[in-house]
Design a protein around this ligand. Structure first.
Ligand code: PGA
Length: 248
């Protein structure tokens, strides 16, 4: 039985005082949450979440990482630095990084490898744009994105990773994939992995991301192949995020 994982992706939001209010609100409401819960925060706040969340049921992580181990890469942050702050998770390949910062499938695979080499779990994002969905190539796109990681790290690496299916057209738009649309892609992802390794496929946690809110979380998380959520906007509100966590 896969345990559901609900992860907040704070993106470029927060301040020391806002974070403190959010974290203390979340901690106060965790008693009846069965799902695993994590928050992925901006780099400067890792020390804050580490000291606030250590010893609590909420894990933490980052939203990006360098593919390099160390060196003259001004402005970059490497995986061992994230490990220093006891990050459990690192998001790699988010569509905003692919679209705005030009991250390619190959670069995302390198980042995935760097996260695992440092002993953390990548939350590996895949998903199609609206144009790709309308062109009927959703499965091809998701397959290509997954193949880059499988080619570099092997299918067994997915036993130590989380996959997040995030249709780009649903992110931050308020337009959610229907439970049927999401389930279809999740089932496709699992079947693709199953064809290579049935055991890895059964254990693989596949999150849905894209305008998951309290009013659609129960139905989405009730689908057989949806094992959690990667939550953007709703992760910034204590009540909304807790409601989604409780749906898991
Ligand atoms: P959203 O973001 O929940 O605001 O759509 C999800 C994500 O980008 O991970």
């Amino acid at each position: 039985m896969r345990r559901k994982l609900v992860a907040g992706n704070w993106k470029m939001h927060g301040s020391l005082s806002e974070n403190e209010a959010l974290l203390s609100g979340l901690l106060a409401g965790m008693a009846d949450v069965k799902a695993g819960v994590a928050v992925c925060v901006p780099f400067p706040y890792l020390a804050q979440v580490q000291s606030r969340l250590q010893g609590t049921p909420i894990a933490w992580g980052a939203q990006n990482v360098s593919q390099e181990a160390k060196g003259a890469f001004t402005g970059e942050v490497c995986a061992s630095m994230l490990k220093d702050f006891s990050c459990a998770y690192v998001i790699v390949g988010h569509s905003e990084r692919r679209a705005i910062y030009g991250e390619t499938d190959g670069l995302v695979a390198d980042k995935f490898a760097a996260v695992q080499a440092a002993g953390m779990t990548p939350i590996f994002c895949v998903g199609e744009t609206l144009a790709e969905r309308e062109a009927g190539v959703t499965q091809d796109v998701v397959s290509r994105q997954m193949d880059a990681v499988i080619a570099k790290c092997g299918v067994a690496s997915l036993a130590r990773a989380v996959v997040a299916y995030e249709p780009v057209w649903a992110i931050g738009t308020g337009v959610t994939a229907s439970p049927e649309q999401a389930q279809a892609v999740h089932a496709f992802i699992r079947a693709k992995v199953r064809a290579l390794d049935a055991g890895v496929a059964e254990g693989l946690v596949i999150q849905y991301g894209g305008s998951m809110k309290p009013n659609n979380a129960v139905e989405l998380l009730g689908q057989p192949d949806i094992d959690g959520g990667l939550i953007g906007g709703a992760a910034l509100n204590v009540d909304d995020f807790l409601a989604i966590c409780r749906a898991g």
